[in-house]
Design a protein. Sequence first.
Length: 437
Amino acid sequence: MSTSSPHFLSHRRRLVAAAVAVVLTAGALAAVAPVDRASAASYPSWSDVQAAKASQAAQQEKVTEIKGLIADLTAQAAEKQKSAEAAGTAYQTAQTKYDAAALQQQTLQGQADDAEKTAAASEQQAGQLAAQLGRASANNVTTDLLTHPSGSQDYLYELGAMSKLTEQADGIYSQATQDRGTAQALADKADVAKKALGALADEAQQKMQAAQEAADAADKAVDAQNDNQTRLEAQLTLLTTNATDVEAQYEKGVAEEKARQAALAKARAEAAAQAAAAQQAQARSQGAGSGSSGPGGGSPNSSGWVRPSAGYQTSAYGYRIDPYTHAHALHAGVDLAPACYSPIYAAHDGTVTFAGNGGGYGNEVVLDNGGGISTAYGHIVNGGIMVARGQHVSAGQQIAQVGSTGWSTGCHLHFETRVGGAAVDPVPFMAARGISV
């Protein structure tokens, strides 16, 4: 459970009101961190709280002040998180619109290319008939018929054949003209669609930047809530009970929580290192993790790529009935389904351009892999993003954990490969780089 969820905070308040000792348990102090000195001035100090106990009026005033501060922290965090969700949805909508338009443009261009080949073949056939008719007209059948009446049957046959050939030529010329018109119309449509992609790409990029800013603001508000609310609640306990060692117990709890978090981080790092070593060994035996259900991660292959996670593919790229929205829509990536909390790896070296709420993508990370190529990783578990915007990562480095956030019906990784910002089918894209997904 997230330390910023309403259920967690409500539970924590009940524990604080019950007894100071319970307030100081590891669960109540989760995510406690030193207070930022720049913002600490707006919050009461322990000496302020202690002084307020000198009179009932001052005590009540301080209680009211602290309760108001707690309410403000909660409201600000909720507001920023709501804004982040809205910005993430706007980004996802713009990206999906761009992806669908890019796919349509590619389809139109393919149809235009095919129509151009058909038109060229029709025109070639018409040209061959024109040449044949030219040769026939060089031998004037009518003149031969008048000067050699004894061969009239043969010449009449030639006239009939030429008439049919002319009719056939008219049909082929007409078809060639029609084919050329179709090719031109499709080419025009593809050109219009291509021109529209620029604006859609810009909009998607702007929406992604706005979503990142909103996500950063939400994180900051949640951090402020986590940093200050537990202390404020402990101060309330000092004001409303006869306990005398609240501050000392609070500081002791903070120190213990820091030690616990450090030990947990160390244990996770050791476990990750062991898992990485095991995966690298397995990758070497299976071809650098290139199997259709390979472990993911490991050492990059000669092209510099790795499989982004373990698990079989459960949904392919293309139009489908979305299992979450039940609408017919483009699924712009592939879904890989290892267990919940499984590692997600950078598929290639890159720089983090987005790490936050991606609307229907859930918690998402996007990497700029250079050369107009980017990769996206969606539905990350809450608290599972392990990188930040602007950070450089290496192929095979763990960047997140598998979850089921956003438009998801179960734990999986939604993996996208983007060229020029627009999603392309990851299967042939990765296969061209020696990786099977």
